[in-house]
Design a protein around this ligand. Structure first.
Ligand SMILES: [Zn+2]
Ligand SMILES: [Zn+2]
Length: 205
């Protein structure tokens, strides 16, 4: 693929994390009642679904793509190619340090989630989720959260305090919390500076 296509590298079709046949469309319809059609997104290289109820209504979005958040589908930077929507894993430089997963299509980075995992203490701290403004409300954040969670499904997850930014609050209120918003780092994560000083002890007593 040449650079000619890059100008339309947007999340034109919304995405959701998951595999298999979805139960509901992103707009809330029960697909057992609405009806659903499966296709394939050549651009994202992922299964594409169409809700028949949305399709039958005028002027509605009706199509979305399911992105498998499983770690087996994450690629490292050297494996990232021009094709398909990829979850690119950026491993931390040191154990229990902050690593990241980026959602990319070719050279376009839609968003990134940063987090720390300690395999010894089985603790996970979600540090930050960022989706570029023009790509928000397409499911990129949801896919990133699911991808991070899938790397440590049985860990004790906490997050940095959500704060009061309306966009951040609305995001977590929509997606659902991955863990309580008061970080609980282990000694290794504390050594790595995973949690900034001012938020380390919030809500502990
Ligand atoms: Zn629908
Ligand atoms: Zn640890």
């Amino acid at each position: 693929m040449t650079g000619a296509n890059r100008h339309w590298r947007n999340l034109e079709i919304p995405i959701r994390p998951g595999t298999g046949t979805p139960a509901r469309c992103p707009w809330g319809h029960d697909l057992a009642i609405a009806g659903v059609r499966q296709g394939w997104s050549q651009d994202y290289r992922a299964p594409e679904w169409l809700c028949e109820a949305c399709y039958a209504l005028p002027g509605r979005e009706n199509t979305w793509t399911m992105i498998d958040p499983a770690p087996a589908r994450h690629v490292t930077e050297d494996q990232a190619d021009e094709y398909g929507l990829r979850l690119v894993l950026l491993r931390p430089a040191t154990a229990a340090g902050i690593g990241a997963i980026q959602l990319r299509l070719g050279h376009t980075v839609f968003g990134e989630i940063r987090f720390s995992l300690c395999g010894i203490d089985r603790r996970a701290v979600l540090v930050h989720v960022e989706v570029e403004e023009k790509h928000r409300r397409s499911g990129a954040g949801r896919v990133l959260v699911a991808a991070a969670a899938a790397r440590a499904p049985h860990y004790d997850w906490t997050t940095l305090p959500i704060g009061h930014d309306p966009i951040t609050v609305a995001f977590w209120a929509r997606v659902g919390a991955i863990g309580p918003p008061s970080p609980h780092p282990c000694t290794h994560q504390t050594e790595q500076g995973v949690v900034p000083g001012e938020s380390r002890w919030t809500k502990w007593w």
